[in-house]
Design a protein around this ligand. Structure first.
Ligand code: SF4
Length: 643
């Protein structure tokens, strides 16, 4: 039976005998949840910004969904991951439907490449765009699914391989869309998604889509998310990275290759291929190749500051590349009776040219310019050094109420760091402690006898210590590393000596590894960044989380380096104002994998004893939950024996 919310306030909803408790006798009252819900309710009503750290287990999802639904306003919820986005839409919102007898008008929106382009699917039936038997098989799966799917979202296709190249040829990305000129426009899954969004009070997006939208919402250009009164960011500790990406730009060798391939394919299909067009495209590829070769072939990321010297020395290659792009644009304009599909391709050529000029000339000093070599690809990137001005201007000054929440936003119990990084002035602030009994449920062990993590002796000593700890925990552990190389080194030393099954990140897709971990008794997973956050394993199966080092960002990374230098130039102390707080939040995320429920128990291990030996270590301790603490492995043994 539906429980009427009538004119309920969140207090009546979450209180001890409130609607939630009455509907679910097993529901456990949590004062922190009520407190957070009331803070969100007030922020939405009074049009104020709010920042909330809500420890694990406080029930923060309902604490923002319910006030958002009761507000009577259109609210956007933005999550860091698609996983959380799907959990909200397919689990939490349906759960709340019983309290809203008039129904909940909600929808989710993902990035365009998650949706099928119907026109491309139909084109593929007539035109030879598929190569190989696998693509033909994938095409059949997609074709059958298209006849019945309502959303067009690829996550609802059963049996389509994760990296399907057929899907990549048929997704609805902007670069290939003819928009309103398309014959399928009215039935297009994106059009339907926009219509649903227009009719929804709650729109669930992810940060990537939110910031992609915010970046194009400018002047006359409207974004894809309809107007809203408030936005709530969950996993808000990730917004700086998402904003940096979407307010920056990239020019890559792949973009040029794909543009050439797409133009040639269209020219073949629509029969406007000429020798002249082919020659121009070949010359473009040739000039692009020569230009990108100027940046070497060493894998990884490196900063680029020598714009003037580069232009002086490589002016010719740069101009040849630019001229080839200009020539292509002119040629595309000259095609008689050009099909509509050419419009987005033409736009792509101009976008590449514009981004290339911006990057090479490097005139905007608020950006850091850098180069990344990945496999065969060369990526020229420009990233804002400080996203706080753009966030202030486009987000906090524009949207009446912005709520930022996460289990990891505060450092030493304060929000100074998050406020500074996000450009958030005078928000209301709230810290809701976790609902768990950390001193009883968990023990943090920091071995003192290990060498400094920077010493060459560290990997062998760490591997030995990990082996001992895993004996006590009987496997059931995540061993998390700050670098891939360190993970491999330690894995090679430890895995052969363990009596427990082991998994290594990279051996299979992350989701498959996680499923395997959950279903394999006493399993040990060795992993890097993708398992530091957003991973939830409740119960005994995960009883120990071991972290090798304090997770400082790599100082030689060009973006980190530029941010450090910018703080120095402003007279600040980048170590204490940026590097330590950022690492403290990352450590809190990593350790947050362990205790996911009230009955979970387990041991956290930090093999980096700088936390106890260096003065800055106190910042980490003051930022972590109140775990039990020891420097003796005997306590670890006793802890597990008592389990
Ligand atoms: S409108 Fe764009 S994305 Fe939609 S079907 Fe047409 S071309 Fe594809």
């Amino acid at each position: 039976m539906a429980v009427s919310t009538g004119s309920l306030s969140v207090r009546q909803f979450f209180s001890r005998n409130g609607a939630l408790a009455r509907a679910h006798p097993n529901y456990e009252y949590r004062s922190g949840q009520l407190e957070m819900a009331q803070a969100v309710e007030a922020a939405l009503k009074e049009k104020r910004h709010l920042i909330v750290e809500a420890g694990t287990g406080t029930g923060k999802t309902l604490a923002y969904l319910v006030p958002a639904l009761l507000s009577g306003k259109r609210v956007v919820i933005s999550t860091g991951t698609k996983n959380l986005q799907e959990q909200l839409f397919f689990k939490d919102i349906p759960f709340l439907e019983q309290f809203f007898p008039d129904g909940i008008r909600a929808c989710y929106m993902k990035g365009r490449n998650n949706y099928l382009c119907r026109q491309k699917l139909y084109d593929a039936e007539r035109e030879p765009v598929l190569t190989g038997l696998e693509e033909v098989a994938d095409y059949q799966i997609i074709r059958t699914w298209e006849a019945t799917t309502e959303s067009g979202d690829r996550s609802s296709i059963a049996g389509l391989p994760e990296g399907s190249t057929a899907w990549a040829k048929m997704d609805a990305r902007r670069e290939r869309c003819t928009g309103q000129k398309c014959r399928q426009f009215d039935r297009c899954f994106l059009t339907l998604m926009h219509q649903r969004a227009q009719e929804s009070d709650l729109i669930v997006v992810n940060h990537a889509l939110f910031f992609a939208d915010l970046a194009v919402k400018d002047g006359d250009f409207s974004g894809i998310i309809p107007d809203y009164s408030a936005v709530i960011f969950d996993e808000a500790h990730e917004i700086e990275e998402a904003a940096s990406h979407h307010f920056g730009l990239t020019v890559s060798s792949h973009q040029v290759e794909e543009l050439r391939t797409d133009i040639l394919a269209l020219a073949r299909r629509k029969e406007f291929k000429t020798g002249e067009l082919e020659r121009i495209l070949d010359a473009l590829l040739d000039h692009a190749d020569r230009f990108f070769q100027l940046f070497g072939d060493v894998e990884g990321r490196s900063g680029f500051n020598e714009h003037r010297t580069f232009l002086e020395r490589q002016d010719e290659k740069y101009l040849q590349f630019i001229n080839a792009l200009e020539l292509l644009s002119t040629q595309l304009q000259l095609i008689k009776g050009a099909p509509d599909e050419l419009v987005p391709l033409h736009r792509r050529a101009r976008d590449i040219e514009e981004a290339l000029r911006f990057w090479v000339e490097g005139g905007d000093r608020s950006f850091v310019y850098w180069v990344e070599r990945r496999g065969r690809g060369c990526f020229l990137q420009a990233t804002p050094i400080d996203v706080s001005p753009v966030l202030r201007q486009k987000l906090f000054d524009e949207i009446p109420a912005v709520v930022l929440t996460s289990a990891t936003l505060a450092v030493e119990g304060k929000f100074d760091y998050a406020r500074r990084r996000f450009g958030l002035e005078h928000p209301r602030e709230l810290i809701v402690p976790s609902h768990f009994d950390y001193p009883k449920q968990s023990l943090l062990y920091v071995p003192q006898h290990l060498p400094d993590v920077r010493s060459p002796a560290f990997p062998a000593a760490a591997a030995h210590e990990i082996g001992k700890i895993l004996e006590h925990s009987r496997g059931r552990a995540f061993v998390l590393f700050t670098s891939y190389q360190q993970m491999r080194q330690v894995y090679d030393r430890v895995s052969g000596q363990l009596d427990y099954p082991t998994l290594l990140q990279g051996a299979a897709p992350s989701r498959a590894l996680l499923d395997q971990f959950r279903s394999t008794p006493h399993c040990v997973l060795f992993a890097t960044s993708s398992f530091w956050q957003g991973v939830d394993v409740q119960g005994d199966q995960l009883s120990c989380v071991i972290i090798d080092k304090l997770p400082f960002a790599v100082p030689s990374d060009p973006v980190v380096d530029a941010r450090v230098r910018a703080i120095q130039e402003d007279g600040g102390n980048p170590f204490y104002e940026f590097q330590v707080p950022e690492a403290a939040i990352a450590l809190k995320q990593g350790f947050g994998r362990l205790i996911r429920g009230k009955t979970d128990r387990g041991v956290l291990v930090l093999l980096d004893n700088r936390i106890t030996k260096q003065r800055y270590g106190q910042v980490f301790f003051d930022s972590l939950p109140d775990y039990g603490f020891t420097m003796n492995i005997e306590d670890v043994e006793r802890f597990f024996d008592a389990t």
